[in-house]
Design a protein around this ligand. Structure first.
Ligand code: 5GP
Length: 193
């Protein structure tokens, strides 16, 4: 998605440790016009699948998913990061290791918000090692629902997540794939479509 790549080139800041900061337009301040274009692009890429729900994870996935869901005309559910898990069967839970915070979270979603047999699209702002996406997939599978695809705004293609999910046969659509970035020169290389 050229518009997104241009915006990353213009406003993205490359931090040491393979972190790309895009907080001026994606995950702190949010450019809603850009989000609308992102929504149209995901809808175009997943036009052939029926999507009953979008599942994302708090916090930065929520704003994007809320706008994208308008193009799929479906509800958004976000998985919550929590300290305490209520194991009475009303919650689905999994563990996710955070790339940016280097810690493991318990993540929950109320089981009534993912019904057996439903088609669920996973959506997130970034993919690095794929832990967040794998955790969301785990929640969907434990609800006996179907993962119809994984939509990622920015995939860091030099980390393992995208390859790992595609090797599992999952349909991953990333709007921009970064193949390399250098914090010293602030240069970034995108994968050709
Ligand atoms: P993963 O679970 O794939 O290793 O990492 C994905 C999660 O970590 C995303 O939900 C995102 O919030 C965060 N993340 C990973 N890499 C980056 C990055 O380079 N920049 C930002 N802003 N967030 C990232």
């Amino acid at each position: 998605m050229e518009l997104l790549k241009e915006r990353i080139r213009k406003d993205g800041i490359i931090k040491p440790g393979n972190v790309l900061k895009v907080d001026s337009f994606l995950n702190h301040q949010m450019d809603i016009q850009l989000f609308n274009e992102i929504g149209k692009e995901f809808k175009r890429r997943f036009a052939d699948v029926k999507v009953d729900r979008i599942l994302t994870i708090e916090a930065s996935g929520i704003g994007i998913a809320a706008i994208v869901a308008q193009y799929f005309d479906c509800p958004v559910v976000f998985a919550k990061k929590t300290q305490s898990i209520n194991l009475d069967g009303t919650m689905l839970s999994t563990k996710i290791e955070s790339f940016t915070h280097k810690r493991t979270y318990d993540v929950i979603v109320a089981s009534r918000f993912i019904q057996p047999g439903e088609n669920v699209l996973v959506l997130d702002d970034f993919m690095a090692n794929g832990c967040a996406a794998m955790g969301l997939i785990d929640l969907i599978e434990s609800a006996h629902a179907n993962v119809v695809g994984v939509g990622i705004v920015i995939e860091k293609g030099f980390q393992q997540g995208g390859r790992m999910l595609r090797e599992k046969g999952l349909r991953v659509e990333s709007l921009a794939i970064v193949d390399g970035m250098d914090a010293d020169t602030q240069s970034i290389t995108f994968r050709e479509n």
